[in-house]
Design a protein around this ligand. Structure first.
Ligand code: GLN
Length: 313
């Protein structure tokens, strides 16, 4: 582990990263499976830190909302565990998949049980659980209000254009869902689960909102932002463990190696990383690497953990 700075000057660290990151912007490939994501400026960059002591710091386009995509899977998992409890693990595992986020390859051999909740198949199981507990119409509303509460930001919203495009180009997710339904792993009405999932992927917020929203994961489950209990400390430990091992698909090992923090990426170019007992850092840069993780965002987090001395190892 790098020697942790006693009192890192978070703002100085973020400003320096924002200044140095230029050569890495535009290097990755913006997600282009739906038009709404393909139109995003590949040169955009933002980073924000939220501390459990109330410190906030940010640099770049930190107030610009972006599509959080698969980062929503972290919040959905926390909510589903609250609603369903440990029996959820009977339907979804907690092992790294070593496969792409939308891969179907392991599902037949493993009788429809996805490896973890952060690949698409696993996230669909989590969404199925939320729909089962909240009712067909209320699952997405419950998830959105959960995220808004965590961030204390009522403006966090779903982009309807992105949600519609997710549905229009969602045949792979449809295949995953019906395949799992055939094994009895999915239990609810498949179109409803898919509709909920497409909407959760289309949630938008800024890096500042995202850093605040994730803060309970750095603070034993009680968010210092709202001073409210969100989930149990032992659940936080488990969710962070899964983020560390599975948060970046088939590049999860690379992220752990380089950054040394639990993190979760989305194809919108965002990454949320957790520094247990210290705070959170959220980054956004839309250019992606070959595994669908933000290229410049990963570099920025690597520098962040090195410069602040907060790599967990
Ligand atoms: N909406 C994307 C999908 O379901 C989310 C994937 C991601 O962010 N990795 O395919």
């Amino acid at each position: 582990m790098n020697a942790p700075l006693a009192h890192p000057n978070w703002q100085e660290i973020l400003d320096a990263i924002c200044e140095d990151i230029g050569p890495f912007l535009n290097r990755g490939k913006v997600a282009d499976y739906i038009p709404a994501l393909a139109e995003v400026d590949p040169g955009a960059f933002a980073i924000a830190f939220a501390g459990i002591d109330g410190t906030e710091a940010s640099a770049g386009l930190s107030d610009t909302p972006f599509s959080i995509q698969s980062i929503s899977k972290v919040f959905a998992l926390c909510l589903a565990l609250e609603l369903e409890g440990e029996s959820l693990w009977g339907r979804v595992g907690r092992e790294p998949s070593g496969t792409a986020f939308n891969s179907i390859v392991q599902l037949e051999q493993e009788r429809g049980k996805p490896r973890n909740p952060f690949i698409n198949a696993g996230a669909l199981v989590v969404t199925d659980s939320i729909v089962g507990h909240c009712g067909e119409r209320s699952g997405i509303a419950r998830l959105l209000s959960f995220i808004r509460r965590c961030a204390r930001t009522p403006e966090i919203h779903i982009n309807p254009v992105v949600a519609d495009s997710e549905a229009a180009f969602g045949d792979r997710n449809r295949s995953l869902a019906y395949f799992m339904k055939s094994f009895g792993v999915l239990r609810q009405d498949v179109p409803t689960v898919l509709d909920t999932y497409f909407n959760q992927c289309a949630i938008e917020m800024s890096v500042s909102d995202l850093a605040r929203a994730g803060l309970f994961l750095a603070a034993n489950g009680t968010s210092p932002v709202i001073n409210e209990w969100i989930t149990n400390p032992d659940r936080v430990e488990r969710v962070n463990a899964i983020m560390m091992l599975c948060g970046h698909y088939d590049m999860s090992g690379d992220f752990a190696f380089r950054v040394g923090l639990p993190g979760k990426s989305g194809v919108g170019g965002g990454i949320l990383a957790i520094i247990p007992n210290v705070g959170t850092v959220a980054v956004w840069s839309p250019g992606l690497n070959t595994a669908g993780n933000s290229l410049a965002g990963t570099v920025a987090l690597e520098w962040f953990s090195h410069r602040a001395g907060i790599n967990l190892f």
